[in-house]
Ligand binder design. Sequence first.
Ligand code: PLP
Length: 395
Amino acid sequence: MLSKRYADMLSEKDIIFEIAGMAKRRAREIGEEHVYNFSLGNPSVPAPEAVNQTIHTILNDTPTLQIHSYGPSAGLPQVREQLARSLNRRFGMDYQPEHLFMASGAAGALGHALRAVTEPGDEIIVFAPYFPEYRPYTQGAGLRLSVVPADVDSFQINFRALEERLNPAVTALLINSPNNPSGIVLSSATLTQLAALLEEKQRQFGHPIYLISDEPYRELLFTGTEETYPARFYHNTITCYSFSKSLSLPGERIGYLAVNPKAEQAMTIAEVCPQISRTIGCNGTSTLMQLTVGRCADLTSQLEIYERNKDRLFSALTEYGFSCVEPGGSFYMFPRSLEPDDVAFCKKATELDLFLVPGTAFGCPGHFRLAYCVPEERVVAALPRFKQLAERYQR
Ligand code: PLP
């Protein structure tokens, strides 16, 4: 019999892909150059040439049998060592290779982290606005999702609302900085306050509360924004990382999780990850890709293009009357919609062939997400459309 659980998911609408599909259909009708598609978070800058060169080098200098044979489920020790060294150097951490687990992107890392430190039925806290895939990720682990509403003036943490939601059933919190969809980076003041609150609640509840930090946009940090590494603030942190955005490799499905060595049962958390892989039929990641990211750990794509897109869009949109908290990183911004109904607003935008995603999709109505991982000339070409859209609301 067909699984009802998964069959039901077929009828859940993925609003982002629906909008992207509309943009594609419209492009076929009127031509790509007349469509302004800001709906998808797919990197628009290519992987650095050094990545392709590294792949060639690996294929030339590593025996074929070694590249294509089964590897250790946790990932290759030398790659975990290269990545641990890079993290230790950059963030003053003390990771051993054994604290790292190679995964298929941030999604794979999160799937393992969520299962490693919770039991089905536990509560997990997420913060609006949040990546919509957090719903299936957490539901798949049998968790109950508790959403903290946004502080829309800053998109830092709404601590009053968080405190109301913290109860003994909560065993983990999921944060994402730089954030999809707001582009906001959690400040050190926010992370300090969060750590103090969680320490207090751990003592009160008598069990650990793990912080799962989803960081696929870590390298997409804009000038002047403070770089904060959540694991530096709170011991019980599991960092989930991906090379999808930093090296523009989303199709290669490569990332890792890193357990803070100071976390309670740190080594065991990392050790259980391969056991989790066995239960979900997702064992190990590509050896070729592991070797590649190990050698390219300190490289990035030309990420400054995203910052130029942000600068252009932020200054133009605020001039046209949009209100927006300025992003500190990522390739998203999350302005207020010009009417309270963000779905109606995004529909109106499509009349101008502007494709945007309503904030409702991220648990934060009254806003819209603009993904500016597009060529710079598309941003320039779209500005008059944003102006027209704003003017329609000023009449
Ligand atoms: N987390 C967030 C916030 C994301 O935006 C994404 C992808 O867009 C992911 C996780 C999944 O990333 P990956 O491609 O590395 O699995």
